[in-house]
Design a protein around this ligand. Structure first.
Ligand SMILES: C[S@@+](CC[C@H](N)C(=O)[O-])C[C@H]1O[C@@H](n2cnc3c(N)ncnc32)[C@H](O)[C@@H]1O
Length: 249
């Protein structure tokens, strides 16, 4: 599959193409995303309010091509994959796997079962295509806030630019699911700054406040904005304080 970008077309032509290939909902989403740059408050409300809808519209081949065209994205994923592989996990779950870029980089480094979930059907369809020649990589449609796996199913659970897209109560459920389905390690690449398209969380602080041991924590050197980037790996604790709703994890 070619990842070379064709020359940019005029907006009306692109809108017409989007309408023909992906329908009116996608076209409206794309027009709003492109045209509201000067009104971030409206952009947050109209385009990013529902993360699952956003990623269903945003995901797919266009997003794949855009990401694969940026060398910095590849450098960042390669760096994260190296760090994760250093812990020699015997199974890995990636929550919010997108089109499978990290899973593919992990496959090159690790020989254990790799599983990815994502709540966007368009991202997942792209992942199935992108990972079609990767052995022992399974992907499934699921929300990170409610994973279809038993407790302690995976040696290492990773999120990369996922929790930050979710509002605080959902972000909290995802973190609790990481600890529930993970056995040994939780790894996170989550930016800490807030903007109109992300909530931004200090994930390392979340673990520290709960007394969990961090094996590493710091900025990602390959990131274009290292001051806002954070990669951390925590030892999954046996017990954590009750969730705000009183539920035990
Ligand atoms: C910025 S992309 C990152 C993809 C991949 N982790 C990577 O680093 O290349 C964010 C992905 O997380 C997924 N996502 C966000 N929130 C999620 C949630 N609550 N449950 C499942 N997937 C989620 C989106 O659908 C999207 O594919």
């Amino acid at each position: 599959m070619s990842i070379l970008s064709p020359p940019p077309l005029a907006l009306p032509v692109r809108a017409w193409q989007a309408l023909r290939t992906r329908g009116p909902q996608y076209t409206l989403h794309k027009i709003l995303r492109r045209s509201l740059s000067r009104w971030p408050g409206w952009k947050r409300r109209l385009v990013y309010a529902d993360p699952r809808h956003y990623w269903t519209m945003r995901g797919g081949y266009d997003y794949f091509r855009e990401q694969e065209g940026q060398a910095a994205r590849t450098d960042r994923i390669e760096w994260i994959a190296d760090r994760i592989a250093a812990y020699r996990p015997d199974s890995v779950l990636e929550i919010g796997c997108g089109y499978g870029k990290l899973l593919r980089a992990l496959r090159v480094r690790l020989d254990c079962p790799l599983v990815g979930v994502d709540f966007s059907p368009t991202q997942l369809a792209q992942a199935r295509d992108f990972l079609s020649d990767s052995r022992r990589v399974d992907v499934a449609l699921a929300s990170g806030a409610r994973l279809p796996f038993a407790d302690d199913s995976f040696d290492l659970v990773v999120t990369s630019a996922v929790i930050l897209h979710n509002p605080p109560e959902v972000a909290e459920r995802i973190r609790r699911e990481v600890l529930r389905v993970g056995r040994r390690l939780a790894a996170h690449n989550e930016e800490t700054d807030q903007s109109y398209n992300r909530y931004g969380y200090d994930t390392a602080a979340w673990y520290r406040e709960r007394g969990a041991a961090l094996l590493e924590c710091g900025p990602i050197p390959a990131d274009s904005r290292p001051e806002c980037s954070q990669f951390c790996v925590a030892l999954i604790p046996r017990d954590l304080p009750d969730a705000p709703d009183g539920r035990r994890v």
